[in-house]
Design a protein around this ligand. Structure first.
Ligand code: FMN
Length: 180
């Protein structure tokens, strides 16, 4: 798939099947995130891919316990009554940074790169916001166990997995202005 097509057909996918994402395919997605630009080329991102069910389930409990009733209801409604903030995706990728300049923008670039590469590889992906800029002790502990000290903050995440959903172009508001 060329870049133009990947950009055009990428959609947020919230329905995944149970087929695991192979290490080889996952690596391609993660490298796309790693290749993203960063302010002043700080390269202070760390990308953590969670594949293990136990770690994902633990984070799901933490998010549920700390979410507003409205958020719990919205997410539960999307998944036939089950609360799972990453839609039971086989992989949840956390994008973190310890930079102080523009860490959100750095991480957003990485997430979009991975969104597009996942689309290119025929995978579904969805941006996940629930772990963004929160300092749940369980999350800090998890990051520490993954080798990241307390200077790292999650600025976004991406749920990734195989899907039966079809990709298609979609209508977007056109607010594009060219001044000559
Ligand atoms: C910063 C940001 C945060 C988002 N957070 C979530 C989220 O937590 N859960 C979710 O299901 N979708 C999330 N999304 C996906 C948007 O809902 C989605 O991009 C939007 O509805 C447009 O659909 P599309 O991605 O298919 O074009 C997020 C998107 C962005 C850019």
């Amino acid at each position: 798939m060329n870049v133009e097509r990947a950009i055009s057909v990428r959609r947020s996918i919230r329905k995944f099947n149970s087929r695991p994402v192979s290490d080889e395919v996952l690596r391609k997605v993660l490298l796309a995130g790693n290749d993203a630009p960063s302010a002043l080329n700080n390269q202070k991102k760390a990308i953590v891919a969670i594949v293990g069910d136990k770690a994902k389930a633990k984070l799901n409990e933490v998010v549920k316990a700390n979410s507003s009733a409205e958020t719990v209801e919205r997410i539960t409604a999307r998944l036939n009554g089950e609360f799972n903030f990453f839609y039971n995706a086989p992989v949840l990728i956390l994008v973190t940074s310890c930079d102080v300049l523009y860490p959100e923008a750095d991480c957003a670039c990485a997430i979009e790169n991975m969104y597009l590469r996942a689309t290119d590889l025929g995978l579904g992906a969805c941006w996940i916001n629930q772990l963004t800029k929160v300092d749940y002790p369980e999350l800090k502990e998890f990051l520490k166990k993954s080798g990241l000290d307390e200077s790292y903050t999650v600025y976004g995440a991406l749920a990734v997995g195989h899907t039966e959903e079809t990709f298609h172009t979609k209508a977007k508001n056109n607010r594009i202005i060219v001044v000559r």
